[in-house]
Design a binder for this molecule. Sequence first.
Ligand SMILES: [Zn+2]
Length: 133
Amino acid sequence: MNCLAVRDHLTALVDGELTQASAAQVREHLTQCADCREEYVAQTALRKAARAWEVEGGGDVWAVVRREIEQPRLSDLLDEIRRLRTELQTLRVEVADLRRQRSAYPSTAPLSTPSVRAFPYAAAPSDLPVNIP
Ligand SMILES: [Zn+2]
């Protein structure tokens, strides 16, 4: 048996679907050919993983694979939640700052506009007079 024929039979060998005679021929080739042996080892590992998955997923391997691909990873969701929490915290601090500014300088323009957020007195009040007209 040459490599091409052996490769055709590898899956069947791994699945235990070859006749004893064919299996013996393939195995004989595997003792002499490192490339085919490597392929056999890879297919055996793949089959093993698939079996484990079938047990774990309770059925069709491809349904499990599809579910894995379609569902966002839980860890990604947790990262996003952490990021949003941090952002929310930052926004809360900003809102609190704006409220303080508004109560300190009630006559200024609406504080929610971006230009007011850059209001110099609010950004660095320490070197400025406390009571700004
Ligand atoms: Zn070979």
